[in-house]
Ligand binder design. Sequence first.
Ligand SMILES: [Zn+2]
Length: 88
Amino acid sequence: MSKEYQGRPPVNLRREMADEDNRQDVEVAISVKGASVGGYAYHHIDEDGVPICNAGGPDAEFKIVDIGVAKQKWKSPCQMCERIIRQR
Ligand SMILES: [Zn+2]
């Protein structure tokens, strides 16, 4: 994926990125607090259920949901997590 944004991507692009994410039955983390850093995104989680990009720092609260649920809430893939996964 060539699109990378610092900060919040425009809503139409977020939709597009979510549409490109075809994974099913994957659990992701979404921010409980919403508008704080990364609130528009869903994050990939490690075995402990922690976002692999360390979004929000150690005090951030996340809820683990199915990826389909995250998309219904108009979340889009976290660009930092995507980058980390691509580098694996
Ligand atoms: Zn992330």
